[in-house]
Design a protein around this ligand. Structure first.
Ligand SMILES: [Zn+2]
Length: 91
């Protein structure tokens, strides 16, 4: 009787092992499964206030004005934003 129970336990253990192997193989077959890395900052989208385009934070150009952080898709947008928000010619 005890041997029978051990046999069932062994079968269950083997079943869990096979299940783990099969699920791992299923995840590796997916091409996008490997891109699931713990880097939430890289996937964050920021909005360009000049042209309104959303671009990833890692590619965006950062600019801090009056304690606020702005992100831009290109150097041109950042320059235009600076021209509109920096009244150095008026005074
Ligand atoms: Zn832009």
């Amino acid at each position: 009787m005890i041997r029978f129970l051990l046999y069932i336990l062994l079968c269950f253990f083997l079943y869990l092992l096979f299940k783990r192997i099969f699920t791992r193989r299923a995840t590796t077959q997916r091409p996008h499964a490997d891109q699931r890395r713990p880097t939430p900052i890289q996937d964050e989208l920021v909005r360009d206030p000049v042209c309104g385009i959303y671009c990833p934070k890692r590619d965006a150009l950062m600019l801090r004005i009056k304690g606020e952080t702005h992100y831009f898709c290109s150097e041109e947008c950042r320059r235009r934003f600076l021209q509109e928000n920096a009244p150095e010619k008026g005074s």
